[in-house]
Ligand binder design. Structure first.
Ligand code: SF4
Ligand code: SF4
Length: 435
């Protein structure tokens, strides 16, 4: 069911020790620790997964679909993210993973990497248009798209309104399967095998009105079931290979891979949430060279191979992906036949800014008054950004106070100040009176 209230990243209250590690890492200041437990402000969360990485207690996890969701359909299609290939040691042929997925129980596997090649060509064509805001920013990472809508509203028109490879693959895989089987589209289930929680949210609440992905499984859940099948096939002779995506599509899962597949020399790429925010700030402040046409951003370090729902280290996975790309180039297999892009491959409406979440009040006059009050409170605090109050910064605590969610008593320096004053007052009161 499509609903914007859904967030993939959730907290397991009973495991949280209130250490504030996650509070400090959240890029949208969406976490507070209150009464010794973390709380996620859902409207601010972009499902980037940073808090899952930061939590030493494993108190944060991602909601994904259970593998049993396949039972709801008559025909099932696996849509493996290219990052899945990087999880297997010694893989020189992506077709083993596709065959493994079929042996695991899917009726068919349709490569998202193959769709990525088509999407790359669409982006290259889009970049040639004279009327688009520059630089154009990739829309492939849903966490980045939500980050832009929340924190960089002036850049929403720069986001490329083209389907992600996941959406494109689902659209075509279901259309082709319906033709092949004669089944109605609603009896065919397309399941993306995801490296990250942001894709789960992107499916449950798509930025476009159309959504052909019926569920999202994590690489972590699929990998243990798929591994024995892939290992059983690893010695299969090369002549039994089937057509697979080429190096360009496979490379999308590593940082810089999308830009390389789009093949526009005027690009800049950043990976990881901090690097991506820095680059967005540079674009917003006009600090990027004028000739930059395309910007690739990804919330995970190293690209999708760094997603929190993978099993392998991003560094190891990256090197495996590079080997697989080399093997794909050497094999020179013909391209996977995917029909030309349909009109639906473009978003039906542009990305909109989500500014209400950060507004202090819907009434402009009240918002200005609250901003002044926030600044007064912030100036009165100690500026240590220690996080002991459960907010990420002193400014965030001041904002919580203005919004009525916190009081100054949460500041330990304020408490110390008051205790000191109390001790001094008691000392004065205890002094013997002198004549
Ligand atoms: S998933 Fe990202 S945005 Fe959401 S609470 Fe965690 S760190 Fe913050
Ligand atoms: S990192 Fe966050 S969720 Fe994990 S124990 Fe610390 S406060 Fe709780």
């Amino acid at each position: 069911m499509v609903t914007d209230s859904f967030r993939s990243v959730v907290l397991h209250d009973e495991l949280c020790k209130g250490c504030t590690n996650c509070v400090k890492r959240c890029p949208t200041e969406a976490i507070r620790v209150r009464d010794g437990k973390a709380h996620i402000i859902k409207s601010r969360c972009i499902d980037c997964g940073e808090c899952i990485r930061a939590c030493p207690e494993r108190a944060k996890t991602a909601i994904v679909d259970p593998l049993s969701a396949m039972e709801d359909f008559d025909y099932t299609i696996a849509l493996p993210a290219p990052a899945l290939y990087g999880q297997f040691s010694g893989l020189k042929d992506a077709s083993l993973v596709l065959e493994g997925l079929r042996r695991m129980g899917f009726d068919q596997a349709f490569e998202v990497a193959a769709a990525a090649e088509r999407v790359s060509a669409l982006i290259a064509e889009y970049l040639r248009r004279p009327d688009i805001p520059r630089p154009a920013i990739s829309s492939a990472c849903p966490a980045i798209v939500r980050l832009i809508s929340l924190r960089f509203p002036s850049l929403v028109s720069h986001v490329i309104p083209i389907y992600s490879p996941m959406q494109y693959a689902a659209l075509w895989a279901k259309r082709l399967a319906a033709r092949e089987t004669g089944l109605p589209a609603e009896r065919i289930g397309a399941f993306f095998i995801s490296p990250c929680p942001a894709k789960v949210r992107a499916v449950r609440h798509s930025v476009t009105s159309r959504n052909d992905v019926d569920g999202v499984f994590s690489i972590r859940d699929v990998y243990p079931k798929l591994l024995p099948h892939v290992m059983g096939l690893i010695k299969r002779p090369p002549e039994e290979r089937i057509r697979c995506a080429g190096a360009a599509g496979i490379g999308w899962c590593s940082a810089g891979g999308e830009a390389s597949a789009v093949d526009n020399p005027h690009f800049v790429a950043a990976d990881g949430i901090d690097g991506s925010i820095r680059l967005l700030e540079d674009i917003e402040d006009g600090r990027l060279p004028d000739d930059v046409e395309f910007v690739e951003l990804g919330a995970c370090s190293g690209g999708c191979v760094g997603g929190v729902l993978t099993v392998e280290s991003p560094f190891v996975a990256h090197s495996r992906v590079v080997s697989l790309m080399r093997a794909a180039r050497e094999a020179q297999l013909p391209a996977v036949p995917i029909p030309d892009p349909p009109a639906e491959a473009f978003w039906d409406s542009p990305l909109s800014a989500n500014t209400e979440v950060l507004q202090l009040d819907s009434d402009i006059g009240k918002a200005i008054a609250k901003r002044r009050e926030l600044e007064r409170i912030e100036a009165s605090l100690y500026g240590m950004d220690c996080g002991a109050c459960g907010a990420p910064t002193c400014r965030a605590l001041a904002e919580d106070i203005v919004r009525g969610f916190a009081t100054e008593d949460l500041c330990i320096y304020r408490i110390k100040e008051r205790l000191q004053a109390l001790i001094e007052a008691q000392a004065v009161a205890a002094e013997p009176e002198t004549l």
